[in-house]
Design a protein around this ligand. Structure first.
Ligand SMILES: Nc1ncnc2c1ncn2[C@@H]1O[C@H](COP(=O)(O)OP(=O)(O)OP(=O)(O)O)[C@@H](O)[C@H]1O
Length: 310
């Protein structure tokens, strides 16, 4: 068998009478990225908190880095790094001071780590400014840099890019890919299908305390409706005509809309527009739709993410 960095079976956790995790089983091979995908309130943070020994499970066999989280919490903590949604960064300290503090608190961490990490995360220029002046993206980077001080082999990233702009999100993805190239195991929670798709070797979808699907991004996406163009018309007659010229399309009579399968590229978009022109049809609205978390939920559970959210 492959070396498992994380192995969980029968994990249960509730708060008072509310069941949050209702029997979770998962395995993460060392050196891979595992993504737990779910909407707000699905139980992602609770899972991370159990795996990182911050809270105790009610039941289950949970091993991280080969150690039992219930009986060997100290050994687990020594092998992991955790970056939470609420960054551990001290706003009053500079980036350099935050990292220095982490080095001082971590046995075996050497002094060079601070400069190395500041450079690696492109924070050297702002190293002497207080963290309160950092952008959201810089703060997340500093938080992740602090996590790496002890050189952990397993890293938990709880929604590392929530609230970041697309550019900072991409920078974060590049950093995560570098970590994986170094052989680090990453357990990542996210609300973004695209993020899980970009980074993960395996994805598990969490819905109402249970994992409703697990697989590679390709396996999951195969179960989803694909990318399509949505055309909305102003009359039913136009919708009828359009439906006739796009035989693969599906129609939504109530919205007077038509979904035409497409890869979303410029060439196929132009082909759709040309075809409309050819028949002297014009759409009131034209939008490209790529599958997102809501589509995953609808396809896998028959309900949207709203039902899960608090
Ligand atoms: N300490 C607690 N006491 C009571 N209920 C809690 C506690 N921690 C979490 N919960 C509840 O457990 C559920 C799952 O919360 P959790 O934070 O794990 O979800 P999440 O998937 O991480 O969502 P988010 O994306 O909002 O962080 C929520 O309904 C939350 O209210």
């Amino acid at each position: 068998m492959t070396d498992m960095a994380i192995a969980v079976s029968g994990l249960r956790k509730g708060f008072k009478d509310k069941v949050v995790l209702d029997g979770i089983d998962l395995e993460v091979p060392a050196g891979t990225v595992f993504s737990l995908l779910g909407p707000n309130g699905a139980g992602k943070t609770t899972t991370v908190n159990v795996l990182t020994t911050l809270i105790q499970a009610d039941a289950g066999n949970i091993r991280v880095a080969g150690h039992d989280v219930a009986t060997e919490a100290k050994a687990v903590r020594a092998s992991i790094g955790v970056t939470g949604q609420f960054a551990a960064v001290d706003e009053l300290l500079t980036g350099q001071e935050n990292l220095q503090l982490m080095v001082d608190l971590t046995s075996g961490a050497d002094q060079r780590t601070v400069t190395d990490l500041l450079e690696r995360f492109d924070l050297a220029e702002s190293a002497h400014k207080p963290a309160s002046t950092y952008s959201g993206g810089m703060r997340r980077k500093l938080d992740l840099a602090m996590t790496l001080v002890g050189n952990p082999r397993i890293i938990f990233l709880d929604e590392p890019t929530t609230g970041l702009d697309p550019r900072s999100r991409r920078t974060m993805w590049a950093i995560i890919r570098d970590l994986v190239a170094d052989g680090v195991t990453v357990f990542l929670t996210t609300q973004y299908l695209e993020e899980a798709d970009q980074l993960a070797d395996r994805i598990a979808v969490l819905d109402q305390g249970k994992l409703v699907a697990q697989g590679t991004p390709e396996e999951l996406k195969r179960q989803l409706p694909g990318t399509h163009v949505r055309l909305r018309f102003s009359t039913e007659a136009e919708l009828d005509e359009a439906a006739a010229i796009f035989p693969d399309s599906t129609r939504d009579d109530e919205a007077l809309a038509l979904k035409v399968p497409s890869d979303g590229g410029t060439r196929s978009l132009r082909a759709v527009l040309d075809r409309l022109d050819e028949y002297a049809l014009s759409a009131e609205e034209f939008s490209v739709h790529t599958p997102d978390l809501d589509d995953v939920f609808l396809a896998l559970t028959g309900h949207s993410t709203e039902v899960v959210a608090k």
